[in-house]
Write a protein that binds this ligand. Structure first.
Ligand code: WT7
Length: 654
């Protein structure tokens, strides 16, 4: 294994042999009830996707299903369509305008519901307002909003105009926002005065104003009033949403976009400091999210579906906005945290809206587990019929808890593997036919060809662990990294030529089931979100007092991994007790709270190879209290002992 490769542990999962076949009742009503779909897709990949593509509404039919010049794919070439039309207009035209598109609930209890017809009107108004601000097809629009209805409205308005959106999660800092705006050269920023989180105001406009000092491309800021805070409004540049949007026309002709026109950009952490701008396009992406939403969650027309992620992440893009709306599904959007005002908030929401399908992350499930079953027990959760998980491997204990206490042992739990880059779910059960195994995402979906390979790219025999790869293109795949073609090839396609490498380790059992084993690159998975060690390190060393930093993921029961930083201070600085806390807060401000290290350890040295590379593997072993692996390439072996002693001392201080 190379220095970069994380030691993979599979013991806890290997012993997992419990199996949950679909019940007869579930199978009988399932959207997919026959295994033949896998063979069908394998026999004729393009034919399979062409058949699925009949579910889309086209302004002009496509000529060619797929053009594959590895690693570049084009899907549905020549087709013309519009995603907002597919998500809204066609349902309204088919008489489905009255149906609720979203039940929205604020953290403070305020509630709104919006029908498909109303949503279409709001989207048209917003699109017309953006036009008035000069937005044209191809212009990028940055969006930095809390979980309010204006967020999907703004995204769909961009999609209507063919102006790619670049949504920045509301938890990110001013600096992260500025970086993403500048990389995408966005013309407009849509933000709000503030957001609400755990009863407190998140100062979005203040952050945005900081960011806007270094974002020359922004011409206007469209500002939503959410919290009512007094915020500065720059003359000529900032325009209140309520002064511009409501008076617009409720009709706006959707642009006839090419299948391969860019729908959005979304930045995600990579192994080098600069976030990667993942590019998704129109037809393939929509088809990917729509079909998976329908198959994996077994969506029916009367479902009330709740994906409890934030729209600022890809999960929200694909499974709160585009997939569910394209399927004419009623969804729930909740603005706040799960334990405000009390720990039964989620269960209260499920009872109130009679939620039937819940999609969340293992880290949230583990938090609920820790809080105890009494909170769920207070509520009627009997409407639930299916549960989903995403973001990181789900440990079997959490799976079983979710299945028993939330799903009442009657709901299938679908563990769904995918990433920002894949756009849509790729490995997951089809709940009407797949027997579930706690901790396994089960099998690649129809049309997805995955494998587990060794260093050389050879298939690993059943039962063995290795690197997950994908061997065929899929419609919702990323089309590249924004303005960084070479980096696209290098990051995903160079390690195993001809194969897509997502950066995850996996094991495949005798039964063909996949067990995801976490990232093998220098990317941590904290609460289901990818954070690059490099980004946190650069943030730390940007403090004058820090000479060098090495960041690793430490195993954590609640968040999967927690950020652990080894820091070398500059000569004159003493590791004062408050300095660790100060640096933690500093990183939080610089990148966002999610990237704040949980622990900082001051150390006089770091273990390095003779060529000067930091040996993170050893640091991981130290932080995770594991026996040290191979240390033969270490330049100075006494370093590790020094750190170990310091680490033991800092643990006894806790
Ligand atoms: C990385 C992608 C996909 C939306 C949320 C995160 C990990 C995701 C699973 C799963 C094991 C998973 C992988 C992947 N991951 N889902 N079901 N089992 N690992 O999107 O930020 O792009 O992160 O999350 O490591 O590569 P993302």
């Amino acid at each position: 294994m190379t220095e970069q490769t994380r030691d993979i542990t599979i013991e806890s999962l290997m012993s997992e042999d419990r199996s949950f076949p679909p019940s007869e009742a579930f199978r009988a009503q399932a959207n997919v009830s026959s295994e033949s779909i896998y063979e069908e897709a394998e026999r004729d990949l393009e034919g399979y996707w062409a058949k699925q593509a009949e579910k889309l509404d086209w302004f002009r039919p496509y000529d060619t299903v797929l053009e594959w010049n590895a690693p570049y794919a084009k899907w549905f070439i020549g087709g013309k369509l519009n995603i907002s039309y597919n998500c809204l207009d066609r349902h309204v035209r088919n008489g489905g305008g009255e149906k609720i598109a979203y039940y929205w609930e604020a953290e403070d209890g305020e509630r709104r519901e919006i029908s498909f017809a109303q949503l279409l009107e709001d989207v048209c108004r917003c699109a017309n307002a953006l036009k008035e601000l000069g937005v044209r097809k191809g212009d990028r629009v940055a969006i930095y909003l809390p979980m309010i209805l204006e967020l999907p409205v703004a995204m769909l308005a961009c999609a209507r105009l063919g102006a790619p959106h670049n949504v920045v999660f509301g938890g990110f800092s001013a600096e992260s926002l500025a970086g993403r705006i500048n990389d995408s050269e966005a013309k407009i920023l849509i933000t709000a005065d503030g957001g609400i989180r755990k009863g407190n105001v998140v100062p979005l406009k203040a952050n945005a104003d900081d960011a806007l000092q270094s974002t020359p491309s922004i011409e206007h800021v469209l500002l939503v009033r959410r919290t009512g805070e007094d915020v500065p409004v720059a003359d000529g540049r900032d325009i209140w949403w309520h002064d511009l949007v409501p008076q617009q026309q409720t009709e706006c002709e959707p642009e006839q976009l090419d299948s391969e026109d860019m729908l959005y950009l979304l930045y995600t952490s990579g192994t080098t400091a600069k976030p990667k701008g993942i590019v998704h396009t129109t037809a393939g992406y929509l088809l990917g999210v729509m079909t998976t939403h329908e198959m994996v969650f077994d969506i029916k027309s009367d479902d009330v579906y709740w994906c409890a992620a934030d729209i600022g992440w890809v999960t929200g893009h694909s499974y709160i906005v585009y997939g569910p709306l394209a399927n004419h599904t009623t969804g729930v959007i909740y603005e706040g945290v799960p334990d405000f005002p009390a720990r039964d908030r989620w269960w209260e929401i499920i009872e109130r809206y009679k939620v039937t399908v819940l999609y969340t992350a293992p880290t949230a499930i583990r938090a609920h587990m820790k809080w105890g079953t009494e909170h769920a027990e207070k509520h009627d959760l009997s409407t639930l019929r299916l549960l989903g998980s995403v973001g990181e491997p789900i440990n079997p204990e959490a799976w079983l808890w979710y299945h028993k206490y939330i799903g009442g042992e009657r709901c299938p739990v679908v563990d769904t593997w995918w990433q920002t880059e894949t756009g849509a779910i790729l490995i997951a059960p089809l709940p009407g036919i797949t027997s579930l195994k706690p901790g396994s995402a089960t099998r690649p979906l129809p049309g997805v060809e995955a494998d587990v390979v060794d260093e050389q790219g050879n298939s690993v025999p059943a039962g063995g662990g290795g690197y997950l790869v994908l061997k065929k293109p899929w419609p919702s795949m990323l089309r590249g990294l924004y303005k960084e073609l070479e980096r696209y090839e290098e990051t995903y396609w160079s390690r195993f030529p001809g194969m897509y490498f997502p950066g995850d380790g996996a094991k495949r059992g005798e039964d063909g089931y996949y067990w995801l084993l976490g990232r093998v690159d220098d990317v941590m998975n904290v609460s289901g979100h990818r954070i690059s060690t490099m980004e946190v390190e650069s943030a730390l060393v940007s403090d004058q007092r820090v000479a060098e930093a090495a960041v690793i993921g430490q195993k954590n029961d609640l968040t999967g991994e927690a950020i652990f930083a080894f820091v070398i201070l500059r000569g004159e600085t003493e590791p004062a007790p408050d300095l660790g806390e100060e640096l933690r807060q500093y990183v939080g401000r610089k990148i966002g709270a999610i990237a704040r290290p949980k622990q900082i350890m001051f150390t006089p040295e770091l273990p390095k190879t003779r060529s000067g590379k930091i040996m993170r593997r050893l640091l991981r072993d130290i932080a995770n209290d594991r026996a040290l692996g191979d240390t033969t390439t270490l330049a100075d072996s006494s370093v590790v002992e020094t750190i170990r002693t310091a680490s033991a001392a800092s643990k006894s201080d806790e």
